[in-house]
Design a binder for this molecule. Sequence first.
Ligand SMILES: [Zn+2]
Length: 184
Amino acid sequence: MKPFLSFAVLLLLLSSMLSCSGQPKTKINHMDSVTNQSQQGGGTNNYIKTDAEWKKILSPELYYIARQKGTERPFTSKFENFHEVGTYYCAVCGNPLFRSDTKFDSGCGWPSFYEPISKTSVIYLPDNSYGMKRTEVECGRCKSHLGHVFEDGPPPTGLRYCINGVVLDFKKAQEAEKKYNANH
Ligand SMILES: [Zn+2]
């Protein structure tokens, strides 16, 4: 009846097939994250707050790390030597960040992962503070400071996400599953 419509459907199918074809893993790309950031802007966003608002909502410790880009003392996080199976969320906004099966013992003093849950879980920003060239990692949703990423991690990514335990919330796999089933 409407050949145009079927053509559009075909196009849609084609484009979704293409996007599923999976890109090879790439190294950290700053330009990528800048575009991500601008795409996510706009609309109502509960995660954009003034500094004063964050200070009111968050615990002093969380505010210092997440919003003032602080760093917790090494070897102080309860997640540093922690091997439970589950998911790590942003302690500020609840955004899922890392899965326990991508966590590894780096010995650097902070919880370390080799891969975030998805491409949009975190964003990357160049950080040239303290005379070092580093890449800062922020929550993809609330833009809270999480830590840094270095290119000396294990396979398959070769990356080491060095994350402050203070900004992580952990949920055991079984609990998360229960919650999922209750909502579906
Ligand atoms: Zn967040």
